[in-house]
Design a protein around this ligand. Structure first.
Ligand code: ADP
Ligand code: MG
Length: 249
């Protein structure tokens, strides 16, 4: 079944931290199957937006509608994860002392009871799933490498793979290419486009050149509100955006 309409709809969302308004009556939505970038200057509220969607931060006001679930903003983080929203943080939270393959295996959405873990034999379906994820993130040749010894870029991909193994329908990714080499950045772009063929992906990004490479719809956040949306060119030629990005030097 293909689903239509918006996968995520953030309505009239306000987040204030001790009186400081990080998100200000924000309205934002994204369709199923989209690969969307959110850009904006430091402090615009980008990370806070992801924090609210994944349940880490509770809004002061407003709703977060996920597919058919009318308001998930009151749910706990693990409940939201279970519904199908996966978050990849800026610093990877991988199991450094486990192998690449074990990291993916540990993330599979499955019965996590002690009984199941002790007596588990991976089904062939799970095996296939692990292989598919390893292949997609470009680590199929290194299943037995200890995660801690991977390059910076590879660690980021491994964590993206772990979010995929959880069968997230919506992936939230914060600044994936920060600190990556040009080659790793290019591979990450291809990876995100591949993922977006099956799922919806919301990426926070600083690097405009990277956004241009992938060239999808971009939303610009500024002072907790949406300033404009459109293609990279539309956004870069927007007067207000130019002022924010260029007008301050
Ligand atoms: P961005 O990711 O766009 O750089 P953030 O969402 O991280 O911006 O932050 C938006 C604003 O909210 C910033 O001014 C930041 O200092 C503030 N902020 C974020 N988290 C907290 C918090 N837990 N407590 C107080 N202020 C916060
Ligand atoms: Mg941020």
């Amino acid at each position: 079944m293909t689903e239509h309409g918006s996968i995520i709809y953030v309505e009239d969302l306000t987040v204030s931290f001790d009186g400081f308004v990080a998100l200000n009556k924000l309205n934002f939505f994204m369709d199923y199957g989209e690969l969307r970038f959110v850009i904006g200057p430091n402090g615009a509220g980008k990370t806070t937006l992801l924090d609210v969607i994944c349940g880490k931060v509770k809004p002061t006001k407003g709703r977060v509608i996920f597919g058919r679930d009318s308001d998930i903003s009151t749910y706990r983080e693990h409940e939201i994860a279970h519904l199908g929203i996966g978050r990849k943080f800026q610093t990877p939270s991988i199991y450094l002392h486990h192998t690449v393959r074990e990291n993916i295996e540990l993330s599979l959405k499955q019965d996590k009871s002690v009984w199941a873990t002790l007596f588990r034999r991976l089904s062939s379906e799970s095996e296939d799933r692990i292989e598919a994820v390893l292949d997609m993130i470009g680590l199929a040749e290194k299943p037995h490498q200890i995660a801690g010894s991977l390059s910076h870029g590879e660690k980021q991909w491994l964590e993206i793979g772990m979010v995929m193994a959880q069968e997230a329908k919506l992936l939230l990714i914060d600044e994936p290419v920060a600190g990556m080499t040009d080659h790793e950045t290019e591979k990450t772009g291809i990876l995100l486009q591949t993922i977006a063929k099956e799922r919806s992906v919301l990426v926070i990004e600083h690097d405009m050149e990277f956004v241009r490479q992938i060239s999808n719809k971009v939303s610009v956040l500024h002072e907790g509100q949406l300033l404009c949306e459109g293609s990279v060119d539309e956004v870069q030629n927007n007067e207000e955006v130019m002022e924010i990005y260029l007008g301050r030097g």
